[in-house]
Design a protein around this ligand. Sequence first.
Ligand code: 6PG
Length: 248
Amino acid sequence: MGVEVKIVPDNAALARAAAQEFHHVAEDAVRERGRFSVALSGGNTPRTVYSLLASEHRQLPWNSIHIFFGDERHVPPDDPESNFRMASESLLSKVPIPQSNVHRIRAELDAEAASMQYEQELREFFHLVDHDWPHFDLIFLGLGDDGHTASLFPGSKALTDESSRVTANWVEKFQTFRITLTFPVLNHAAEVVFLVSGASKARILSEVLRPGVRKFPAQNVQPENGRLLWLVDQDAGSLLRFATTPTP
Ligand code: 6PG
């Protein structure tokens, strides 16, 4: 499946488009399979998406929605740096989702232990055996200024991990571990949506989407049988030099 790039006017339009995509994929998954599995991204960009889901998409079948995380900082769930805390404050605490449907990364544990615990959580939820990969219905991802996504940072060990589903990845520049899903898991999803907003991302986005040599981790996100959608606002897309589908 090809790469779709949708440019929307601004961050608010990006949040609306992402929330609608979540809603759409969730309804299809629940109708067809009785449940919807989604991995949320961290960082700042998705916060407005999560808030909009909480305020304008309350009618979703939250009982059948299972929330996972693409990655987590190595901090307890109440830490200001915690992706779980961000998602909880902006979405999870505001919608009628059963707590058992929220599968957070237990990053208060030792990094390796947290990674192994999450691997077990995936195995149980997706009924994985041997070397099966989980098939998320939807994965939200962000793009860092250095071309990282989830916690798959340039020069880090996890970039070449083709056997684990989750890994504790040492990030030299932050001198800390991050717990992250690996590329094979990202690339076995039915749909991956990158959320990219703001002028500060324009240069890296234009380099990541330039066809040719893969230099950046985010370029390794190529779903095998899934859809890859880049939802980008105009500021972030200002340096793109190829046909995109501007969305009104
Ligand atoms: C994290 C994220 C990370 C994020 C990018 C973009 O834990 O930080 O998962 O991959 O998506 O760093 O972050 P911003 O949206 O804050 O620019």
